[in-house]
Ligand binder design. Sequence first.
Ligand code: FES
Ligand code: MG
Length: 588
Amino acid sequence: MHGNAPKSDRPLRSRAWFDNPDNIDMTALYLERYLNFGLSQEELQSGRPIIGIAQTGSDLSPCNRHHLELAKRTREGIREAGGIAIEFPVHPIQETGKRPTAGLDRNLAYLGLVEVLYGYPLDGVVLTIGCDKTTPALLMAAATVNIPAIALSVGPMLNGWYKGARTGSGTIVWKARELLAAGEIDHAGFVKLVASSAPSTGYCNTMGTATTMNSLAEALGMQLPGSAAIPAPYRDRQEIAYRTGLRIVEMVREDLKPSDILTRDAFLNAIRVNSAIGGSTNAPIHLNALARHVGVELSIDDWQTYGEHVPLLVNLQPAGEYLGEDYYHAGGVPAVVNQLMGQGLIAEDALTANGRTLGANCAGASIQDEAVIRPYDQPLKENAGFRVLRGNLFSSAIMKMSVISPEFRVRYLSNPDDPEAFEGRAIVFDGPEDYHARIDDPALAIDDMCVLFMRGAGPVGYPGAAEVVNMRAPDYLIKAGVHALPCIGDGRQSGTSGSPSILNASPEAAVGGGLALLRTGDRIRIDLRRNSANMLVAEEELARRRAELEAAGGYAYPASQTPWQEIQRGLVGQLESGAVLEGAVRYQ
Ligand code: FES
Ligand code: MG
């Protein structure tokens, strides 16, 4: 379909600005200002593709900051292939730095980038991705405007080390808290241990949302094969930045657009890869959002149908032992895809950014270190994908089945008459502040058969949706040896948790979902054979509570603190359908 021959008959989009004989006034005006930093009229009117570099790196976004360096190599590639590079900033999104949550900024960066790509003389764009939400924000914008686009990961940080052991970004914080509590380190030692996990430029070296989304951008076909896993400081990273620059110019000549690459097959491939890498529970939110913007049917149920039974192959923290450098040396995404191809789990003819199919790119990509990427028949865990639960608590929520520990099974699922169901007593918190204030309150009398609920943490209730669903047990239970209680909520979750969490519940309490009717003390029943989660409360009682809630003006949540919080609250959809700005999906 897309040969390598340039389609020279197709006028470049940028000509409407720089070389429009029908509107010489405007052409002169456009030219005049883009000449003012040294580009020449000959260059701008030469018919060379103008390639944007959507720059997400800045001092405010340390995870992506290395893109400021990489862009120099990307420019060289663009120029060598006959294009002209124009670099511009994207609204920064730093996962660890943005209050109250970077979740609020994905849709804002998306909107901003759509306006830039649509409104300026760009024929194609390099999307500089990395930190969690930067990847979906940029892909979503490219999907909406649908001009040729290729993603370039900034790459993970080098492995962190402390006293001879790998320390992974994010996950080390949990360990450090334990050591601090046990008196083995002091506050200075705490910071030193945590900082050891971030030894270089790049994004989180663990299998968090960043490594997940960068891997999926490659699995979707939106970046060059092998690109996702290269650590940020490696020379290979500079080289792939250059190759990405070369390639985007060809893509413009071939008119290879996001809609050619982001097909339903591409998304189903990504869902399977997500299970095999042990990807983040944020992935369904972001991929469903991307599918909405490119106009591909993708439902939350597709994650269970296509992903649940795929085993975990990648042994990265927090689920496993290793980190980003190891993932790269073991073969990265192509090696994972190759293992899935061997099982017929990949639509191999899905087209990718290099103009070849995913199958062609990953044929022969063997595993280089089987400790880090396991062969398909020797997985770390079976059924590494997500299960979708439903009931009177929510119309959908997801659960990672692989986190159900043997200890949990004994405690909750040991009823011989009903081995896959458990009942417990609900303890309900309204937002993270409420949880922190009350979790250790003896008046709640939390025991080992309770289920912790976090509501008011969805896209509307806590604008952007907070990563707060996995909650710790009260201190007195931890001392008694109960480390994790099941958690359910309408927010998101960071990383993976040892406790079985049911999260991304939609619709959230703030828009009147069933969670809003729940009260502390209600009986909860989770049935894993029926994929159901219900509060065992009579219909009449639920109707009475609903009437009471409506009389009170609905579920109360804190006031917005910024204009964007207020605007997003009015426009955003629910997590199951990507938490997109609903009005935006009409524009494709
Ligand atoms: Fe940016 Fe993890 S905080 S990638
Ligand atoms: Mg995160």
